[in-house]
Design a protein around this ligand. Structure first.
Ligand code: PLP
Length: 399
């Protein structure tokens, strides 16, 4: 493996890192990243095998432990995030589970923001308690609640920002300080912000996780996830968990995601600028009772968003006056924008959280999170903005 791009000693900017970062070329000198679809590796002799296994030779042993294509994806993400170490996983949920399981033992305590992706709530509320780990859920935007919830045995604080689906913005630096006051680690799920618009490690977080399924792939093809943090924790806690339980990423998916990273800035910038235009349009419509977009001055946490995010979002949430019936009429009248629960895709996708992604948490939990029956979540894609605006305008006429 040769021919790594290292910037000639200069620090390369994100868009350049996303094209070249982590590339390892085989002796063939291929332009595009090679896809190493292999389970294992062969050794030149018995001594070489011994050296691989006792760690004297750092080469590859088995693709459950590490794989060259997956390592290229991990190294590219590390360069982008400014993280010392990373482990890629089969999905975003595998990354969330890995980060939490690697942080706790029976008898420990976790504090998480309530506005979590449904499966993250399941891990916190149902799975961790089965193994003797207590979880307290708080309103993530209320720093007093975080402060009151931490205890001497709290080992991890967990949050998403902006949140799904109501795009609340949580003050990462302030929550990191509370975590560190009791010696806990702050884990941030950075899916909605993307690594381009928010750098949780620089804000004081200890661990960043992604569902690479979303903007990193961005074209609806494969699932993936990643956990990024410091070298010591990844080596001591994360690596053994991956090695012995097998939630690792497939080399094929790593290859797809490497290609996704090359175009990430182009896609996210375009999707966000279109989302900002749609947000401005919707804010002026009488049939829209509420509009939430992190890039706007009327966002409930606009000051925090401005401090910790460098861009708006590809996502917006809005409430159609008239509840579920009006929201359904609107979504059914859309033609270009498709109904789906996914996000971050090249195709614009709309979700009615109350009846889909957030159906199972129940009416009381939805009310607490501000997910009314009229709320819709829109993930803005790469279509021509004019076509999306016309699609929305026509659908509003149908309400
Ligand atoms: C989608 C998503 C996940 C889960 O990722 P998968 O790749 O679907 O497993 C976790 N957190 C957030 C914020 C997400 O949007």
């Amino acid at each position: 493996m040769t021919n790594k791009t290292n910037g000639g000693g200069r620090t390369l900017r994100p868009a350049t890192q996303l094209v070249h970062g982590g590339t390892m070329r085989s002796p063939f000198g291929e332009t595009s990243e090679a896809l190493f679809l292999t389970q294992g590796f062969v050794y030149a002799g018995a001594e070489a095998a011994e050296a691989r296994f006792n760690g004297e030779d750092p080469g590859f042993v088995y693709s459950r432990y590490a794989n060259p294509t997956v390592q290229m994806f991990e190294d590219r993400m590390k360069a982008l995030e400014g993280a010392e170490a990373a482990r890629a996983t089969a999905s975003g949920m595998a990354a969330v589970n890995l980060a939490l399981m690697a942080s706790v033992r029976a008898g420990d305590h976790v504090v998480a923001a309530k506005a979590l992706f449904g499966s993250c709530r399941y891990i916190c509320e149902t799975l961790l308690p089965r193994f003797g780990v207590e979880t307290t859920l708080v309103d993530g935007t209320d720093l007093d609640q975080w402060q009151r919830a931490v205890r001497p045995n709290t080992k991890a604080l967990f949050l998403e920002s902006p949140t799904n689906p109501t795009l609340e913005v949580i003050d990462i630096a302030a929550v990191a300080e509370i975590a560190h006051s009791v010696g806990a680690r702050l884990i941030v799920d950075n899916v909605f912000a993307t690594p381009l618009y928010q750098a949780p490690l620089k804000l004081g977080a200890d661990v960043v996780i992604y569902s690479a399924t979303k903007h990193i792939d961005g074209q609806g093809r494969c699932l993936g996830g990643i956990v990024l943090s410091d070298q010591e924790w990844i080596t001591e806690e994360v690596m053994p968990f991956v090695k012995h339980t097998g939630p690792h990423m497939s080399p094929f998916n790593a290859w797809v995601l490497l290609k996704g990273l090359e175009t990430l800035p182009l896609r996210v910038d375009r999707q966000s600028s279109t989302a900002a235009r749609i947000a401005d349009f919707l804010s002026a419509q009488g049939k829209v009772a509420r509009l939430i977009y992190p890039g706007r001055a009327d966002h409930p946490q606009a000051a925090v968003a401005k401090r910790q995010m460098t861009g708006g979002s590809t996502m917006l949430a809005f409430e159609i006056a008239g509840g579920k019936e009006a929201a359904f009429r609107f979504t059914n009248a859309l033609d270009v924008i498709r109904i789906s629960n996914n996000l971050g895709d090249a195709k614009s996708l709309i979700t009615h959280p109350a009846t889909t992604t957030h159906q199972s948490i129940g009416e009381a939990a939805r009310a607490e999170l501000g997910i009314s029956d009229g709320i819709l979540r829109l993930s803005v894609g790469l279509e021509d903005p004019e076509d999306l605006l016309e699609d929305i305008a026509e659908a509003l006429n149908a309400v």
